[in-house]
Design a protein around this ligand. Structure first.
Ligand code: ATP
Length: 499
């Protein structure tokens, strides 16, 4: 096996562990699995939905509750089709693709060429790799499709399935899903499933600005939104990293022209702090400043996370100038301006955008939490232990309560404890199975606290509280449980780090 193949196999194995664990423990299932699934579409299971909701709520609070000048919005998925003309998605939200005539497989041109560059890199030919990427970028910028095809042939890039270089022409493929609105064919209108949530914010800019939180909003201010987005991704790989239906958490921050760079720096830091506060480690996060900027941006960076398959984009921070509002003004013929009292000027605000995929954040958090340790079993033997080391505030289940035996009033007592906790925390009660097995199952879904009711509980109202990460057990009074658990799982412990 070549070095590259070995590396890939290791990465694939790492990802496979996460994928299997996610399925086996109710986090993520392939969509419509009984029909063999639908490519790049996934469902969140009973534990996944709790984890994802926690992440979304934390993001929401960090944005809207901690910033006096950021408010929320929930715009519809369908929008007037002209929105996507104005945003540029109809004309340029494309990927150049090429098909192999022998295998009938379709590839993204940039992925094929990047793969070749990576091969050069693995072979220590850094300069050659860079030259190839530069050439590709130049051709992509010029939309020179024949040039791209020639480059693939010159570089002797073959289809990984058929092994041949029998390629079709390069064609553009729009990533938006289209559908029809209206029952009668003649009256129906082509509308799109939004490929990003941001445009719902831009078109509502004035609605929100004028109404504000009681009084109108003053610049600088932001609008935050969480919602589904849809992209007909051609190369669907890497589990929930690249999906056709996914969820975005986006915030557009409107500023005075000329002040955008200071806000860009501000949000870069805020977003990094957020990712650190929910438990992603420093050594797995890095910034990647874009050298090649989109035509509408004057600064852009990705916050990358080291996924099981390497460092990849988790979140984008973009300084989008007045591109979006200006285009909507032009297409809608409605003024989208702001009168700035302080400088007595009317202008189209500039925008700083922060955009993170809820699913990518979920994958980052899940793969970071997945821990394999050597533990010691009841007989003192070493054995492998797997657990999900979530920050308690984002763990799907906060506490699990077990009676030691199913008799002598212990189940009733354990239910009392369960009832004490369930109104504040997502708690589960389980009376079947051995305690050790129950602990293991809770480790697998990352429950930070396990509580066992035993005979001593009947005498002195204390229970055993077991901590997930250390497996240490302590004796605590039942009355103390709400405080101990409450402090550990409170969003406060995360949000106060962001001030
Ligand atoms: P990529 O280069 O990986 O395709 P992008 O640069 O197109 O991503 P943006 O358009 O900036 O992504 O979208 C903002 C965020 O939305 C991304 O940082 C990512 O977290 C998320 N995202 C984008 N596309 C997908 C997808 N197909 N599946 C899951 N999340 C996605």
């Amino acid at each position: 096996m070549s070095k590259k193949q070995q590396a890939l196999t290791l990465e694939e194995a790492n990802l496979q562990k996460i994928v299997s664990h996610a399925k086996e423990y109710g986090f993520v299932f392939p969509s419509s699995e009984i029909y063999d699934g639908l490519q790049a579409v996934y469902d969140y299971g009973q534990n996944g939905v709790e984890l994802k909701n926690n992440l979304k709520q934390l993001w929401w609070k960090a944005m809207t509750q901690l910033h006096e000048n950021v408010v929320g919005l929930d715009a519809a998925i369908f929008m007037h089709p002209t929105t996507w003309k104005a945003s540029g998605h109809v004309d340029s939200f494309n990927d150049p693709l090429i098909d192999n005539k022998d295998s009938k497989k379709r590839y993204r041109v940039d992925h094929l060429i990047e793969g070749k560059a990576e091969e050069y890199r693995q072979a220590g030919e850094e300069a050659k790799a860079q030259a190839l990427l530069d050439k590709m970028n130049e051709l992509l910028n010029r939309e020179d499709f024949e040039g791209l095809r020639n480059l693939i042939i010159e570089e002797n890039i073959v289809c990984p399935v058929s092994g041949t270089a029998n390629w079709t022409e390069v064609r553009q493929f729009n990533l938006m899903f289209a559908t029809k609105a209206g029952a009668v064919a003649e009256d129906s209108m082509t509308i799109y499933l939004r490929p990003e949530t941001a445009q719902g914010i831009f078109v509502n800019f004035l609605n929100v600005q004028k109404t504000g939180r009681g009084t109108s909003m003053k610049i600088p201010f932001g609008i935050a939104q969480i919602g589904k987005a849809f992209r007909n991704e051609i190369v669907a790989r890497q589990f929930i990293f690249r999906m056709r239906e996914f969820e975005q958490m986006e915030m557009q921050f409107f500023v005075r022209p000329g002040e955008e760079m200071q806000w860009y720096e501000y949000w870069k830091q805020k977003r990094y702090d957020f990712l650190r506060a929910i438990g992603l480690p420093e050594n797995k996060l890095r910034f990647h400043e874009h050298e090649k900027l989109a035509h509408y941006a004057n600064a852009a960076l990705d916050i990358e996370y080291e996924f099981p398959f390497g460092f990849k984009e988790l979140e984008g921070i973009h300084s989008r100038t007045d591109f979006d509002l200006r285009n909507h003004e032009q297409y809608s013929k409605k003024k989208l301006r702001y009168f700035d009292d302080e400088i007595k000027q009317s202008y189209i605000p500039y925008v700083i955008e922060t955009s993170i995929g809820a699913d990518r954040l979920f994958l980052a958090v899940l793969s970071n939490a997945y821990t394999e340790d050597i533990g010691v079993d009841a007989k003192g033997n070493e054995k492998k232990r797997i657990y999900l080391k979530f920050h308690p505030a984002i763990a799907p289940v906060k506490a699990a309560v077990f009676p030691l035996v199913r008799k002598d009033g212990l189940p009733e007592k354990a239910r009392e404890v369960f009832n004490l906790l369930r109104y504040d925390f997502n708690t589960i009660y389980e009376e079947r199975g051995a305690i050790g097995k129950n602990y293991t199952r809770q480790d697998m879904i990352g429950t930070p606290f396990c509580i066992t009711v035993d005979y001593q509980t009947m005498e002195d109202n204390t229970v055993t509280l077991r901590h997930r990460d250390t497996t240490e057990q302590e004796r605590v009074a039942i009355a103390e449980l709400p405080r101990i658990i409450g402090e550990a799982v409170s969003f406060r412990s995360i949000l106060t780090q962001l001030q």
